[in-house]
Design a protein around this ligand. Structure first.
Ligand SMILES: Cc1cc2nc3c(=O)[nH]c(=O)nc-3n(C[C@H](O)[C@H](O)[C@H](O)COP(=O)(O)OP(=O)(O)OC[C@H]3O[C@@H](n4cnc5c(N)ncnc54)[C@H](O)[C@@H]3O)c2cc1C
Length: 362
């Protein structure tokens, strides 16, 4: 079955791998960005942390589990830090309530003392009276992982092309392929995994994907020796250390306006990192130096939930666009491939279908 995947970010790469390993003939079109756009600017925290309604929480837990499944499948080429997260808040009572609810849903998370927190993250300068420790959570190097998945797809026969899609082509009420600068490519299925570019590409074939994309700003340090074990999510900043030693830091999960002065904003984030880290021995917070910063666009569907599934109004088109694409990529890639190849809907994806926006005011 010939399938085109538009997009080489973490979602397109995962869909392509899961299609290819199941025997589909896959062509991935990356528009010159293998490794992604939002993916390349992502904090890349794999989590089912508080902030979502229970059904979406459950999907995210499955998302975490599927990264373990994929790691088992791909072995050492997939590097994921599974050291969990340490979270504290300026509003400890509200945080305790939120984490207690998650614990009651069966999520492994617990409030821990300063001494326990110090065992988890010995390099911090000080510890809150109470922090939530969530051992199921992890992080990865997002672009590298997407490129690793593209390479794994290529080993299964997928073609990875730098071409960009100018338009999705529909003939006689069915999607038949895509138009690129190099010409038309035909396929039985087209998977739209173009992140923030999905909305415009889908509109070209009459499919409405209302989006409310938000910016996201992160800073990165130059590589450092190991300092952080897992994720540290403090009120002043959230940070983690990449496998390559770089500390990735942000301060705003909601996303807002781009900073007026990006260099100054990045320096302020790294100052927060220095403030959070102890200044002793080899593990000196003073050594944290800025290397670069990124201003990304989070692909956020208008109701905040993923859009996953066949587009009813455009047979042959399958949509995969979401925030939390790092958390969900392994799961979504597998389920999308299974739905496309078997034509059997997967029940847990029912709340996330593209049709939910039809006739709505989004
Ligand atoms: C600052 C920030 C922090 C985030 N933090 C987290 C987090 O902690 N945890 C989490 O789970 N998620 C997080 N996210 C969200 C997550 O990164 C995204 O949901 C995910 O990366 C989306 O991946 P994607 O493959 O759909 O899109 P992208 O990475 O944007 O990839 C889109 C791909 O489509 C290609 N493309 C676009 N147009 C065309 C075209 N016309 N033809 C061909 N190809 C095209 C691009 O070149 C690219 O290869 C964060 C995002 C940001 C920006």
């Amino acid at each position: 079955m010939k399938t085109i995947v538009i997009g080489g970010g973490i979602i397109g790469a995962s869909v392509a791998y899961h299609l290819a390993v199941r025997g589909a003939a896959v062509t991935v079109l990356t528009d010159g960005r293998p490794g992604g756009v939002a993916t390349a600017a992502s904090f890349a925290w794999i989590n089912a942390a508080p902030g979502n309604a229970r059904p979406y929480f459950e999907l995210r837990v499955k998302g975490i589990l599927d990264w373990h499944r994929l790691q088992h499948e791909l072995g050492e080429r997939l590097t994921i830090n599974w050291n969990g997260s340490l979270t504290w808040s300026d509003e400890p009572a509200a945080m305790r309530t939120a984490y207690a609810e998650h614990a009651s849903w069966g999520y492994p998370t617990s409030m821990i003392s300063p001494a326990e927190a110090a065992k988890r993250e010995p390099s911090l300068a000080s510890y809150p009276d109470q922090a939530a420790y969530s051992p199921l959570e992890g992080s990865l190097s997002p672009s590298e992982t997407a490129r690793d998945l593209l390479a794994a797809a290529a080993e299964q026969g997928a073609q990875i092309s730098p071409d960009g899609v100018r338009a999705i082509i529909a003939r006689n009420g069915r999607i038949t392929g895509v138009q690129t600068a190099a010409g038309e490519i035909s396929a039985e299925h087209v998977v739209l995994a173009a992140g923030a570019a999905c909305e415009a590409l889908a509109a070209g074939v009459g499919v409405t994907l209302p989006m409310a994309n938000r910016t996201g700003f992160l800073a990165q340090s130059a590589p450092l020796p190991p300092i952080l074990n897992g994720l540290v999510l403090a009120p002043q900043a959230h940070m983690r250390q990449n496998a390559d030693g770089r500390i990735i830091v942000g301060a705003d999960f909601a996303g807002g306006a781009a900073p007026d002065d990006e260099d100054a904003a990045a320096e302020a984030l790294l100052a927060s990192v220095r403030g959070l880290l102890a200044h002793n021995g080899d593990r000196r917070g003073d050594d944290v130096r800025m290397e670069r910063h990124t201003l990304g666009l989070r692909p956020v569907p208008a109701d905040g939930l993923p859009i996953i599934g066949a587009a009813a109004g455009a047979p042959g088109l399958y949509v995969t666009v979401m925030h939390s694409g790092i958390t969900l990529a392994a799961l979504v890639g597998r389920l999308a491939a299974e739905e496309i190849l078997s034509a059997q809907p997967v029940d847990i994806l029912a709340p996330y279908r593209p049709e939910r926006f039809e006739g709505s005011n989004f």
